[in-house]
Design a binder for this molecule. Structure first.
Ligand SMILES: Nc1ncnc2c1ncn2[C@@H]1O[C@H](COP(=O)(O)OP(=O)(O)O)[C@@H](O)[C@H]1O
Ligand SMILES: [Mg+2]
Length: 234
């Protein structure tokens, strides 16, 4: 019921986020953003540090509640879902690639990739088989039983991508995925995301200020001070 495959887009209306702190003035990190993103579209969100990119991405990924405004993912108003419904929706429909990978060091590569399936209630052997297939696709099968701390940066990133793809989500969100990689590994990462998008119609949203990956995107959205400053098609 929560599956949004075959659906067209992400749509936000007047999306706003204010962070409240007891001891400091509140911060309006995202101001009034209205966006439409099509199915299969690859969008790059760029902009200086502190411009609200991570905050926007976190709201699109249902990890952070907006202060005001709405987010529809395939026509579904996710801002109206309960916390439990939101978690289930996220596990089924959204894959995340975090800054610095966020692999769990106490789990093997295989267990890391399997984790989103386990959280979604999918059991072995199905979860194992699907994790193995995702690792195969990312050419990381030979490291399945390794722990993440012995992998190179590029290898960690491929495991993180496998983990993001394993649920076959409609939407993949990546925050600074090339940030800690050298140029070649960074380009390879974005190329893999582009292939996933083109092959399987996935909507990919990448936050980055890495100019070298602009040409991988269908659209570049530049943010400044919590707002969309301009949109371009490279
Ligand atoms: N949890 C938080 N509490 C208070 N302020 C925050 C919090 N997270 C981010 N901010 C502030 O919100 C603004 C936008 O941050 P962020 O979305 O992380 O920007 P970016 O990803 O573009 O660097 C910044 O001014 C940042 O300091
Ligand atoms: Mg950020």
């Amino acid at each position: 019921m929560n599956d949004i495959r075959h659906c067209p887009m992400i749509e936000t209306e007047n999306l706003t986020k204010v962070y409240f702190n007891n001891s400091h003035p509140s911060v309006q990190a995202v101001k009034d953003i209205s966006l439409k993103i099509g199915q299969g579209e690859i969008v790059l969100i760029s902009g200086p540090n502190g411009s609200g990119k991570t905050t926007l991405l976190s709201m699109l990924g249902c990890l952070l509640n907006p202060h005001a405004g709405t987010i529809r993912i395939c026509g579904r108003d996710v801002t109206a879902l309960s916390q439990k419904e939101l978690t289930e929706f996220r596990l089924r429909n959204i894959g995340f690639i975090f800054q610095n990978f966020r692999l769990l060091d106490s789990l093997t590569v295989m267990e890391n990739v399997e984790l989103p399936l386990v959280l979604a209630g999918i059991r072995r052997p199905v979860s194992r088989d699907r994790a193995a297939a995702a690792l195969e696709e990312l050419k990381m099968s030979h490291r399945a039983n390794f722990y993440p701390n012995v992998l190179s940066g590029g290898e960690k990133q491929r495991v993180a991508i496998a983990r993001a793809l394993v649920n076959d989500p409609a939407v993949i969100l990546a925050d600074e995925p090339t940030g800690s990689l050298d140029s070649n590994a960074g380009q390879a990462t974005v190329q893999l995301l582009r292939e996933a998008s083109r092959k399987r119609g996935k909507t990919v949203i990448i936050v980055s200020h890495d100019e070298r990956i602009r040409h991988f995107a269908d659209r570049v959205i530049s943010m400044e001070d919590g707002r969309v400053k301009k949109e371009e098609r490279p």
